[in-house]
Write a protein that binds this ligand. Structure first.
Ligand code: FES
Length: 98
């Protein structure tokens, strides 16, 4: 069962979904879709409320940036990565693999 419709995702506008008890930030960049854990590794902030530039998402609280493709923390104050999830896009169906 899909989690989202691809057509509902606007490029650069992350969406938060809940799945299996986890909060996940789903972001479309061009025709690709990336999913990372929604909770910043620095503190308790929702990354889906952050700004997206290219393949980076910036935490709105203290400005740490993460790579949407790898979850890597790119700039302080975050140092730990966030979890990433595989995403399957099939037509208009977007499914986050847990
Ligand atoms: S909570 Fe995200 S950078 Fe501090």
């Amino acid at each position: 069962m899909s989690d989202l419709a691809f057509s509902s995702l606007q490029a650069g506008k992350p969406v938060r979904i809940e799945k299996n008890g986890e909060s996940i930030c789903v972001t479309r960049v061009g025709d690709e879709v990336f999913a990372i854990n929604d909770i910043c590794s620095h503190s308790d902030a929702s990354l889906s409320e952050g700004d997206v530039t290219d393949f980076k998402i910036e935490c709105w609280l203290h400005g740490a940036e993460f790579d949407l493709r790898t979850g890597e923390a790119l700039t302080p104050p975050a140092v730990a990565p966030v979890k990433t999830y595989s995403v399957t896009v099939d037509g208009d169906s977007v499914t986050v693999e847990m």
